[in-house]
Write a protein that binds this ligand. Structure first.
Ligand code: CP
Length: 338
């Protein structure tokens, strides 16, 4: 069975991404009827975190439990990860003990370096560059909330705010799927040129479109979804005054901005949010907000991803083989007991 990692969505075709999403939908449908199949019975997931997390940490652990497996939470500083042991050694040792590894890393190179030596699938749970599990969840959420009569390739997605790791992933997956993506931000905080090149290449193949603008009002005029994210993160505290001046009030997702979009437009945020900063309470708690559906979908998405990457690799021994080994071990133990 060939080894595949989930490090960025660009490593997958539109058809493969749709296949992953279909897996998520099937498992979600089963889950909603209280019958999640135990597809990963006895499998183990190592979850390595270099940063705190609520959604990623909880969704992966619950997903693994509900699929019949087990997750180990390896919190920041808990294991050797490039300190006191090389990344290559840690990757090879964990590969002998678990069936899949999920990593949230401070640096993208930590995940790619780990994957280079891992012998089991590695899933990227966010780096300083991207957040691929989040955006698979986001596309699923958009499919569930798209305006009647529209299909995926008709959707207009407008991201208002800073060029975060969520933006890079979202613009990549949306353009790969043939959707129409706009990034509205002050010039200094717009998507990096190398990200724009990737999005534009995707559009040539998919028929989607990508544009950047400094005009948030124009950007939301046809939006089916407005997406926003934090304006600053840990380590950017010194930049807060400058960032606040650049974004506030023009790029805040508030009722004034939301009213410029179609009445069917939905608001998304990967969370955590700085309420009252990039988006107001009024918007985040409005009927147009789908932020909690989006969060719940992280759980369903992790299940689909885990099954898609791990299930084909699991050994599925026959009942006869299981009985043979059980009998052999029991006979050995019984002999010792006399
Ligand atoms: N959206 C997201 O990844 O949330 P956490 O940081 O809580 O995992």
């Amino acid at each position: 069975m060939s080894l595949k990692h989930f490090i960025e969505t660009q490593d997958f075709t539109k058809a493969e991404l749709l296949d992953i999403i279909q897996t998520v939908q099937l498992i979600k449908a089963a889950d909603k009827q209280g019958c999640t199949p135990k597809l990963l019975q006895d499998a183990s997931l190592a979850m390595i975190f270099e940063e705190p997390s609520t959604r990623t940490r909880v969704s992966f652990e619950v997903a693994m439990t509900e699929l019949g497996g087990h997750a180990l939470y390896l919190k920041p500083g808990e294991i050797h990860l490039g300190v006191r042991e090389s990344l290559a050694d840690t990757a090879q040792v964990l590969s002998r003990m678990v069936d899949v590894v999920m990593i949230r890393a401070l640096k993208h190179e930590t995940v790619t370096g780990f994957a280079e030596y891992a012998k089991v699938p590695v899933i990227n749970g966010l780096t300083d560059f991207n957040h691929p599990t989040q955006v698979v969840c986001d596309v699923l959420t958009m499919m569930e909330h798209m305006p009647e009569g529209k299909k995926l390739e008709d959707l207009n997605v407008t991201f208002v705010g800073d060029a975060t790791n969520v933006l890079s992933s979202l613009m990549f997956i949306c353009t790969r799927m043939g959707m129409h993506f706009t990034h509205a931000a002050p010039k200094k905080y717009q998507a990096k040129p190398e990200w724009v090149r990737i999005a534009e290449e995707n559009c040539k193949v998919s028929g989607g479109s990508f544009r950047m603008t400094e005009d948030p009002v124009g950007a939301v005029r046809d939006a089916d979804f407005i997406y926003t994210d934090l304006w600053w993160w840990v380590g950017q505290e010194a930049e807060i005054p400058e960032r606040e001046k650049a974004f506030m009030p023009r790029y805040q997702v508030n009722m004034d901005l939301l009213k410029k979009a179609p009445a069917t437009c939905k608001v998304m945020h990967c969370l955590p949010a700085s309420r009252g900063v990039e988006a107001t309470d009024e918007v985040l708690d409005s009927p147009q907000s789908i932020i909690y559906d989006q969060s719940e979908n992280r759980l369903h998405t992790e299940k689909g991803l885990l099954v898609w990457f791990v299930y084909p690799r699991l050994k599925r021994p026959s009942e006869e083989l299981k009985a043979f080994h059980k009998g052999k071990i029991e006979a050995f133990l019984e002999k010792k007991l006399g």
